[in-house]
Design a protein around this ligand. Structure first.
Ligand code: COA
Length: 184
């Protein structure tokens, strides 16, 4: 699967992008991507922490192993050699080994032009096609993330719980909203 392309399209400015599986040598570029999101303090769990390249190398290696064992999916959006999106389904274990946790992000300069929706379609398809034990996909959203809260129901996600003040975002305690989708 390493580097396999699953979708090709064009950005609003007409630049070509592809959605593909990661490769070992993506670690440095992915590290830059994650660090930019972390510094932005957007709606993700990293809020200013700096991720080291060696941690990213370990992350990619473990993800590639899971992908090759049909126990997880990680996809990247790549445009002109730059990573502009990252999405994964991370499988739980033991009594929850049929549950995959979804995460998704697009780089700031490329949001709001429909790439996220294409990316959602791709990650849901790849996860369903490649993880036979997957029955439920879950995710967590900050209560102040209006765009994501509007987008997920369009892909069949339903809220199943909410922890009031469960996430600290930009100095405010916002609700942590839990959503799920049954895939088989
Ligand atoms: C959430 C995210 C992945 C969506 O990707 P995207 O490329 O920006 O989204 P799209 O352009 O495909 O748009 C998705 C939906 O949101 C709507 N949307 C886009 N920009 C919007 C904006 N500025 N305000 C409100 N809604 C907006 C779109 O209308 C679209 O729905 P519709 O076309 O059915 O009306 C992306 O915005 C992102 O990475 N945000 C920061 C990190 C994050 O929030 N990750 C999710 C954590 S749960």
């Amino acid at each position: 699967m390493d580097g396999k392309v699953v979708y090709q399209g064009k950005t609003k400015e007409g630049k070509e992008f592809e959605i593909r599986y990661p490769k070992k040598d993506d670690a440095t570029t992915l590290c830059d991507y994650i660090n930019a999101l972390s510094q932005e303090r957007t709606y993700i769990r990293f809020q200013g922490e700096i991720i080291k390249v060696e941690d990213e190398v370990e992350f990619i290696n473990s993800q590639l192993e899971k992908i090759n064992n049909n126990n997880g999916v990680l996809l990247l959006v790549v445009c002109e050699g730059e990573i502009i999106g990252c999405s994964g389904v991370e499988m739980k274990d033991k009594t929850e080994s049929h549950e995959g946790v979804l995460g998704i992000s697009i780089a700031k300069d490329f949001r709001g032009e429909g790439i996220g929706k294409k990316f959602m379609e791709a990650i849901l398809k790849e996860a369903q096609d490649n993880i036979p034990q997957l029955r439920l996909i879950t995710l967590g959203v900050f209560g102040d993330n209006d765009l994501a809260l509007n987008m997920y129901p369009k892909f069949g996600f339903v809220e199943y719980g909410r922890l009031p003040g469960g996430s600290l975002h930009n100095g405010n305690y916002v609700d942590h909203i839990c959503m799920y989708k049954k895939v088989r």
